[in-house]
Design a protein around this ligand. Structure first.
Ligand code: NAD
Length: 497
């Protein structure tokens, strides 16, 4: 069986454990991936330790040039990479290209690192005294990433960390590890020295080794909330800087004045695209007023029935299979939970099979109406092609739903009323807001991060916050005396007066 190896500058220790990598389209095992240990990590850290000082001393334009070349090389093979990504993840090819493209946008931001890392300077802060501060890399950083964006999320992290002068160790999801390895190979081709980007595979054992390793200065994590919280607690207890993004349950508020045809087109894409396996999906719709709810439902149901589920290479398919059989079962359990809790299952996607691909991990779209805020199936993340409708009587009630929900990643409002949109954006207790934009993932030169149980730590991903996360500040206060005593009392705290 094909083995998807670590990408380490050095010889990793002999493998003992493996995980299967499935083809979600067929359900077949297509490769295996070694699950690394603390010893594997040690090999990678040793290589990073050797490589990082020289890389940090490389001037920022040269580091940026590596990023420019990397961008060109990835762009040139985006179709091959998308095929590799779809074959392990299951998302359709156009969506895989989008996954890579959104990552490349962060690389484009990283190409501007000479400017983004510039420090500050104050001339004459005191008599003959100047002060300057500089941003310096942390040393060795690590990233732990989820299965759902195997290209974009690693690039969010390593693009900036490496451009800032750090060495980076990536622990991608063991479910779709091939694209992260290819990206590391391409960065080498682009001119990054050996040991600057390494990929170690593994599960909990590897994650804990990363969190406990004394030479890893910072950890960026994206995944489910329970793991994010654990990573944050353990990593910070070990003295590391940690940002840990978790799960989500994003709401789409539909005001009575919204263009409902546009809303339906946006909603089905945002709720069911990538089989709902996006942290910025819109799995909850909140129509305001009974008339809006009825009119929306009337249009939504045929649109949902019209969705085409297909293998990831089917250019006509709206979405493909979910990542594995266990995840499909979990989604189905949540649908049943919704029914048991009293919601109305209007469209039931369970039991769907795709002709010719009966063993693939497919699930049809589901739609539940009359979902209530106290239901567990509403409180928790499902992460599948399931849309839940929670009816609200007023704008205030609709505003409270996402604001009071435990997750606070993204939210969207659909309206033609600028005042309502502005009120909503200013008052909602959620980190990323869309106004007539169903999936408000911020562009690369802004920053990405949710609130509440969607993120632990307080520095966002990418953009200027990414540069803050992957550097620290050193401030120098200097004086070049000309030999004349300045008459100050050396026993008193110096002041600039
Ligand atoms: P996951 O939490 O299962 O895995 C994420 C990473 O943690 C993987 O690398 C995995 O190997 C590792 N891991 C898994 N279990 C672990 C454990 N017990 N201890 C230590 N490490 C562990 O998440 P996933 O299923 O790969 O991804 C889907 C989740 O990620 C969803 O909850 C989704 O909302 C979330 N997500 C969040 C964002 C965001 O920016 N907020 C973006 C994408 C995905």
């Amino acid at each position: 069986m094909r083995t998807i190896d670590h990408h380490i500058a050095g010889d990793p220790p002999a493998y003992t454990r493996f995980a299967h990598v499935f083809d979600p389209n067929t359900g077949a095992v297509q490769a295996r991936v070694p699950l690394g240990t603390a010893e594997t990590l040690e090999t990678a850290v040793a290589a990073a330790r050797r490589a990082q000082p020289g890389w940090a001393a490389t001037n920022p334009q040269r580091r940026a040039r590596v990023m420019f070349r990397f961008r060109e090389l990835v762009e040139a093979q985006i179709d091959d990479l998308a095929r590799l990504l779809s074959a392990e993840h299951g998302k359709v090819l156009a969506d895989s290209r989008g996954d890579i493209q959104r990552g490349l946008e962060v690389i484009e931001f990283a190409c501007g690192i000479p400017h983004a890392m510039k420090g500050e300077y104050t001339q004459g802060a005191g008599p003959g005294i100047d002060v300057y501060s500089m941003r310096v890399p942390l040393g060795i950083g690590a990233g732990i990433t989820p299965f759902n964006f195997p290209a974009m999320i690693p690039m969010w992290m390593f693009g900036i960390a490496i451009a800032c002068g750090n060495a980076f160790i990536l622990k991608p999801s063991e479910r779709d590890p091939s694209v992260p390895v290819r990206l590391a190979e391409i960065l080498r081709e682009a001119g990054a020295p050996e040991g600057i980007l390494q990929v170690v595979h593994g599960d909990r054992e590897m994650v804990e080794a990363i969190l406990d390793h004394p030479e890893i200065a910072a950890v960026s994590f994206v995944g489910s909330t329970e793991v994010a919280q654990h990573v944050y607690a353990r990593g910070t207890a070990a003295g590391k800087r940690v940002q840990a993004m978790g799960g989500a349950k994003n709401h789409g508020i539909v005001m009575p004045d919204a263009d409902l045809d546009q809303v339906v087109a946006d909603l089905v894409g945002a709720a069911f695209g990538s089989a709902g396996e996006r942290c910025m999906a819109l799995p909850v719709v909140v129509p305001v007023g009974a008339a809006t709810a009825e009119a929306l439902r009337e249009r939504l149901v045929p649109a949902i029935h019209g969705l085409r589920i297909g293998i990831s290479t089917d250019a006509e398919a709206h979405y493909g299979p979910v990542v594995n059989a266990a995840h499909r079962e979990r989604i189905e359990r949540y649908i049943q939970m919704g029914v048991d809790e009293g919601a109305e299952l209007v469209v039931d996607g369970r039991g769907f099979t795709l002709q010719g691909h009966e063993d693939g991990f497919f699930i049809g779209p589901s739609f539940l109406d009359h979902v209530k805020p106290h239901m567990r199936s509403y409180q928790e993340e499902i992460f599948g092609p399931v849309l839940q409708m929670v009816r609200a009587d007023s704008f205030e009630e609709a505003l409270r739903l996402p604001s009071d929900h435990p997750y606070g990643n993204g939210v969207a409002i659909f309206t033609r009323n600028g005042h309502a949109a502005r009120e909503f954006a200013h008052r909602v207790n959620v980190g990323m807001v869309g106004i007539n934009v169903p999936i408000p993932v911020p562009v690369a030169y802004h920053t990405f991060g949710g609130w509440k149980r969607s993120a632990f730590g307080d520095i966002n991903q990418h953009g200027p916050e990414g540069v803050r996360f992957w550097t620290r500040i050193k401030t120098v206060t200097q004086r070049w005396p000309d030999g004349t005593p300045d008459g100050s009392n050396a026993f008193v705290i110096p002041t600039m007066g």
